[in-house]
Design a protein. Structure first.
Length: 442
């Protein structure tokens, strides 16, 4: 008897019905098939109706001839009408996916109204009707790829012995202590939507040692860039007894694992979206490491005008990475540029034991990571220096009071990672309902 838990394969065929992807092959030629889906394209003449049918897996051309009892019904469809068809598969090189179905039976599920997307294709309009535009070929395939990318991130961390833990989204203070927080009313008290789950992940390492949180983070980003969302999904692993070197090593292995696996298992999917699978298969660790100072030098040689102490913004990261093929780490940022909880590098005073991982081809930062300050007194000083409210961080300081240990962790922005992996122009296409400075509807 086969063990259903040994090899998991996504089920594409419904018992009473086929899926398009499964029948696009010579074995089905001459066979009867039954499909459920939506009208993707529609063209009618006096003799024939061509319907390109779409389901979750692909599209296929279906033909209804004028002598069919379903001819009038077939003529009368809208784009996105939902239908069920039965027919026989034929090979046809002129059809969009190489096969065609001679329709023998057509059942209208819902004709609906004329679909609005076909008229106006402006960016703003498509964002207004995002709930409908999700069905477009491009967004459907990106959503599919997003599913696998997250699956492989989890798979990698599982294999490395991590536990997934939850963290609250409503907090008493912003994790980074910065200004980019969304304030909410919590039963009459001020509260904030979380900017990062890191501090809670840190609490959980004292229970499970290696943990990760995968949850939304909220940033009231005033910047209109192609890589900032106000609500994004944040993967935040945190590891007890890891120093920053081990931290960087696990990051690069994770990135390599997920890129390689996507290239190997879903080459044709990523290709449809516009990323050559060979590129993903070629991502190979270890990644280059350069210090903050070296990065400034390099950026200036490439045309930036940065001074020591400046932070890298989207433009500088673009210039620095546009000609690279592999990701690159920038290490040892000045302490003032980074969050209060980062440990100082004893071999490079004034600089943090930290790294940003920048994706190549101009995509820029996808991960920020560091060793955490684990000594109570030093952390207390940092909180005060950063003018944070000690009271809000008492629980966090407690973690350094009872059996504190050296530890490290990092945060990967899921949509930034997807944007690079799939070579998307804008981060909003990596998430179905993007929240940006000027939009939170639909
Ligand atoms: P940036 O300088 O690009 O604004 P950051 O330094 O604020 O990034 P971190 O606070 O280190 O970023 O957050 C960790 C990771 O979360 C980043 O490396 C990035 O992948 C992701 N991230 C941060 N802000 C956003 C955002 N507004 N939208 C999408 N992803 C984000
Ligand atoms: Mg930021």
């Amino acid at each position: 008897m086969s063990d259903p838990f040994i090899s998991f394969q996504r089920k594409t065929s419904m018992s009473e019905c086929n899926h398009i992807k499964d029948i696009l092959n010579d074995e089905f030629i001459g066979k009867k098939v039954k499909l459920k889906g939506w009208v993707y394209r529609h063209r009618a003449s006096s003799k024939l109706v061509f319907i390109i049918l779409r389901d979750s897996t692909d599209v296929i051309q279906c033909v209804v001839k004028s002598d069919s009892e379903f001819f009038e019904a077939a003529k009368d469809l809208y784009i996105e009408s939902s239908i069920e068809i039965e027919g026989t598969l034929r090979k046809d090189d002129r059809a969009p996916t190489g096969y065609e179905i001679d329709v023998e039976k057509l059942n209208l599920i819902c004709k609906g109204e004329p679909f609005p997307v076909t008229k106006d294709q402006s960016v703003e309009f498509l964002l207004d009707i995002r709930h409908l535009w999700l069905r477009s070929m491009k967004l459907t395939r990106i959503l599919e790829a997003r599913h696998y990318i997250i699956e492989y991130l989890r798979e990698f961390l599982d294999k490395e012995g991590f536990y997934e833990v939850p963290a609250p989204l409503i907090t008493k203070s912003g994790a980074e202590g910065g200004s980019e927080v969304f304030e909410i009313d919590y039963f009459g008290e001020k509260a904030y939507l979380t900017q990062s789950s890191q501090l809670y992940a840190e609490a959980a390492i004292f229970a499970l040692e290696k943990v990760y949180v995968l949850a939304p983070s909220f940033r009231a980003e005033p910047s209109r860039t192609r890589r900032h969302l106000a609500e994004y999904w944040h993967l935040e692993p945190e590891m007890a007894f890891y120093n920053n070197k081990m931290n960087m090593e696990i990051q690069e292995r994770m990135v390599e694992y997920v890129c390689n696996k996507m290239g190997k298992e879903h080459g044709s999917l990523v290709k449809k979206i516009g990323r050559d699978p060979e590129y993903l298969l070629g991502i190979k660790s270890p990644f280059e490491r350069i210090s903050y100072e070296e990065a400034i030098d390099r950026a200036n040689k490439l045309g930036c005008k940065m001074k020591l102490g400046d932070d890298f913004g989207a433009d500088e990261e673009y210039i620095l990475t546009k000609d690279l093929k592999q990701p690159i780490f920038i290490t040892d940022f000045p302490m003032e540029l980074k969050a209060f909880y980062m440990a100082e590098n004893p071999n490079n005073p004034g600089h943090a034991l930290c790294s940003d991982l920048l994706a190549p081809e101009g995509h820029g930062e996808i991960i920020g990571g560091s060793e955490r300050e684990w000594r109570y007194e030093v952390l207390m000083d940092r909180i005060k220096e950063n003018k944070l409210n000690v009271k809000d961080y008492e629980w966090y300081l407690d973690l350094r009071k009872y059996g504190s240990v050296p530890h490290s962790g990092f945060g990967l922005g899921i949509e930034r990672f997807i944007k690079w992996m799939l070579n998307l122009k804008h981060i909003r296409d990596a998430i179905p309902f993007p929240r940006t400075i000027n939009r939170f509807y639909p």
